[in-house]
Design a protein around this ligand. Structure first.
Ligand code: GDP
Length: 365
């Protein structure tokens, strides 16, 4: 599934947001016994009204939403990558993430001290991003040293060495790996895939605002949006304190609460939705009497690849898939009705799965 690492300066609202995510996890944890609970990770169900509709039709024993792992990545402050350097645990945590949620303080409150004395989201973003560039630079320097030693015995490494050096040069001007123009060759692509550089990941800027700025942007949010637009990064706006209050509310109370703030969607839902969009993720469903379940795949994935998300055996032994489009399923109500109507399709290895497809896989063991 999708994993999102949360970074940001101290006192911007990371813990408040992470507490809300952990509450959302705990509220649902009974349904996800296979998810290990870790202190710095929150496994949160992906809201999907289509899944609810399917379970109304199928009446399964259980309904399982897709999940997103949120990882609290502590330890980023100004100067963190100098001196002792960023710890191995930090690097391991952040490498695991598919995308970075960068929480930015966009609220004023004299009671909450800002580490640099004033609220200035762009300065804050630049501080964190410079630290991440430094962390990647360390990674690249270590790798370059190692490759140079191996070069004598393996001349094929030269192209990777060249790429590594060019990338270091690019980043020495405090630029992220994602904007490196020289990546368009096989050696470079391979190196960057191996290294999983932090500044090569997709970023979503998460503006933490007070209630009054939830509907109309304040000047801080406006600035973050302008900054994010330069790199084509996503922006979401949340009120972390409100998110904490929201978790655990029942349907009607929940809706009324959101309405009272003038919004139609919770910040957690917004973050998850924008994570899917940023990474080009979609969902397909399996629908049986035992379990109705959503699975996360990449746009463009073929049927065997999608099957592999359930189990690697499904991908290896893939024979064919029975597929019903979501709208067809809902229009006809049952799998049998879909079959009778001729809207259940049999698809092979080349089939590209659509968002919302209801799938049944046939495979060899
Ligand atoms: P962290 O250091 O980034 O984890 O920040 P915290 O989550 O601990 O938040 C720092 C302080 O800011 C806490 O006292 C929070 O209650 C407060 N805070 C968090 N979000 C908001 C917000 O949206 N508005 C206001 N006014 N205070 C907030």
């Amino acid at each position: 599934g999708l994993s999102i690492g949360i970074v940001g300066l101290p006192n911007v609202g990371k813990s408040t947001l992470f507490n809300a995510l952990t509450k959302a996890q705990n509220a649902e944890s009974a349904n996800y016994p296979f998810c290990t609970i870790e202190p710095n990770k929150a496994v949160v169900p992906v809201p999907d009204p289509r899944l609810d509709k399917l379970s109304e039709l199928v009446h399964p024993q259980r309904v399982l939403h897709a999940t997103v792992d949120f990882i609290d990545i502590a330890g980023l402050v100004k100067g963190a990558s100098r001196g002792e350097g960023l710890g191995n645990k930090f690097l391991a945590n952040i490498r695991e993430a598919d995308a970075i949620l960068h929480v930015v303080r966009c609220f004023e409150n004299d009671d909450v001290v800002h580490v640099d004395g004033s609220v200035d989201p762009i300065r804050d973003i630049e501080v964190i991003e410079a630290e991440l560039v430094m962390a990647d630079t360390q990674t690249l320097e270590n790798r370059l040293d190692r490759m140079r030693k191996q070069l004598k015995g393996d001349k094929k490494l030269q192209a990777k060495v060249d790429c590594c050096a060019a990338l270091l040069e690019h980043m020495s001007a405090i630029r992220p790996a994602s904007s490196f123009p020289g990546r368009d060759n096989d050696a470079c692509r391979e190196l960057m895939r191996e290294l999983q550089l932090i500044t090569d990941k997709n970023i979503i800027y998460c503006c933490n605002v007070d209630d009054d700025a939830l509907v109309d942007d304040n000047e801080f949010v406006t600035r973050v949006r302008e900054y994010a637009a330069q790199s084509g990064s996503g922006v979401v706006k949340i009120n972390a304190r409100m998110e904490e209050e929201l978790v655990g509310m029942e349907d009607e109370e929940y809706r009324e609460f959101l309405e009272s703030y003038g919004v139609s969607e919770s910040g957690l839902d917004l973050i998850i939705r924008s994570g899917y969009a940023t990474l080009g993720l979609i969902s397909y469903f399996t629908a049986g009497v035992k379990e109705v379940r959503a699975w996360t795949i990449h746009e463009g994935d073929t049927a065997p690849k999608a099957a592999g998300v359930i189990h690697t055996d499904f991908e290896r032994g893939f024979i064919r898939a029975e597929v019903i489009g979501y709208d067809d399923y809902v229009a006809n109500g049952t799998e049998a009705a879909c079959r009778a109507k001729g809207v259940l399709r049999v698809e092979g290895k080349e089939y590209v799965v659509h968002d919302g497809d209801v799938m049944h896989f046939l495979f060899n063991v």
